[in-house]
Write a protein that binds this ligand. Structure first.
Ligand code: FEO
Length: 166
């Protein structure tokens, strides 16, 4: 059974994953109306779906362990970006915040001697490592590309493969 403090902390993570999903959904919608960003659009939408699954996994876990998963109210995310680079910078910032939050949860699970939750969280630890790496790779590439339109074309064409190549 989850302690009250553990259940509350996991519910905070439900909120964070939901906000991530919402933020990437907004990035997808923005990218979809930009010229030539078909691949990037697909990438953001897919990521939004993944974050929703991260949220759902937490919801099931909280409820299965005797807590009550609370579906949270969401803030409107950033809707527009001055450039693709700015969108990806925001994505990386977001992922770093999620990683920090997962680390805090791992720490709390040990303090609470909740080894089942500690074990459950390992999946998120690994997932965050991959997501951070992918976000960093995208930022590095965009940094190199700068304003080069053919570089951007290739970035858009290859982004979905970058992800599946992991
Ligand atoms: Fe589920 Fe990318 O945080």
């Amino acid at each position: 059974m989850l302690s009250k403090v553990m259940a509350e902390a996991l519910n905070q993570q439900v909120l964070m994953e939901a906000q991530s999903s919402q933020a990437y959904l907004a990035m997808g919608s923005w990218a979809e109306i930009q010229p030539g960003l078909k691949g990037v659009t697909e990438f953001f939408y897919k990521h939004s779906e993944e974050e929703r699954l991260h949220m759902l996994k937490l919801i099931h876990y909280i409820n299965e362990r005797g807590g009550f998963a609370v579906v949270p109210e969401l803030k409107q995310p950033t809707l527009t970006f001055v450039s693709l680079k700015k969108a990806f910078e925001e994505l990386l910032k977001h992922e770093l915040a999620v990683s920090a939050s997962i680390n805090d949860l791992v720490d709390l699970s040990l303090r609470e001697k909740d080894y089942a939750t500690h074990n459950f969280l390992q999946w998120y630890v690994m997932e965050q490592m991959e997501e951070e790496k992918l976000a960093r790779d995208c930022n590095d590439k965009l940094e190199m590309i700068g304003d080069d339109r053919s570089g951007l074309y290739l970035f858009d064409r290859d982004i979905m493969n970058m992800e599946s190549a992991e």
